[in-house]
Design a protein around this ligand. Structure first.
Ligand code: ARG
Length: 279
């Protein structure tokens, strides 16, 4: 049994799934941020991640946790684990062998948590990393990880229109590194991450979008989490934070630079569970 929640509501508690970076490391390079020669301070990564989790709780959000698995150093990036809309779970199928076992691990979590509408994906997709759910549409990235065929698969399963956006800058290899939702019908994004055609689509859909700069994007400032009122954002994205404050948002800067060594920020660590099984 699931209880539908309205994603468009402003504020209000959210339910997030997170994975403690117990086994975090940079052992391979599958995006330009990752350099296995650069050391990772895992204890510091854990402290930063705990800070993010406690911030969510202090904002009134509920945080569930999935057990981290040894040998899966990127599992902390829970956003990639699935896409959940109205209680339906579209599983992830990772592009590279390094993260492939995470797909079934996240699906197991959903089964155990009592979700019943679960779809094992046919096509490569990296969950909420490449799908951003708004009121009327789901925006979906392709170009580096998620295949466009997965966009259609998600559209059929979730019964919502999915808009394909072409990512062109390898630094912004997941949609959630280039765009975030401020509400159910408002977004912030870095135009340079998208093809000319996709920029046109975004302009048509969101004429009032907040356009971020390359500097904002280069510190993963677009990898932010907004509940409609509060924006949780990389501490280094100061200019973007100021603009968000000017628009009336309450900004919560978070230090996650240890996790950024793997190419992830606040949003990457956070999978939104839209609908909570009754417990
Ligand atoms: N190292 C991870 C990868 O390349 C980082 C994932 C970041 N997640 C995200 N939702 N953008 O897959």
């Amino acid at each position: 049994m699931v209880r539908p929640e309205d994603t468009s509501r402003v504020g209000g508690p959210r339910h997030y799934l997170m994975c403690r970076p117990t086994h975090f490391a940079v052992e391979y390079a599958i995006n330009p941020w990752m350099d296995p020669a650069v050391g990772v301070d895992r204890a510091r990564a854990i402290r930063q991640w705990e800070g993010l989790r406690e911030l969510y709780r202090s904002l009134g959000h509920r945080v569930s946790e999935i057990e981290p698995i040894e040998g899966l150093p990127d599992m902390v990036f829970a956003a990639n684990g699935a896409l959940v809309v109205e209680g339906r779970v579209y599983g992830a199928r990772f592009a590279g062998a390094e993260r492939t076992p995470e797909g079934p691990a996240y699906l197991d979590w959903f089964r155990q948590a009592g979700y019943t509408e679960i779809k094992e994906p046919k096509h490569v997709n990296e969950g909420e990393g490449d799908f951003i759910t708004l009121d009327d549409v789901i925006l979906a990235g392709t170009g580096f990880r998620t295949e466009a065929a997965a966009h259609q698969e998600a559209e059929r399963l979730l019964d919502r229109p999915v808009v394909t956006l072409q990512l062109i800058d390898p630094r912004f290899y997941h949609l959630d590194t280039a765009l975030f939702a401020l509400s159910g019908d408002r977004v912030a994004y870095y135009p340079g991450a998208f093809s000319e055609g996709s920029r046109r689509v975004l302009r048509a859909l969101y004429p009032d979008a907040l356009l971020a700069t390359e500097e904002d994007a280069a510190v993963l400032g677009l990898n932010a989490v907004c509940d409609g009122e509060n924006v949780v954002i990389a501490a280094e994205a100061e200019a973007l934070a100021d603009r968000l404050r000017a628009l009336g948002y309450t900004v919560h800067p978070v230090e996650l630079d240890e996790l950024r060594k793997a190419g992830g920020g606040a949003k990457c660590c956070t999978l939104e569970l839209r609908d909570t099984p009754l417990d």
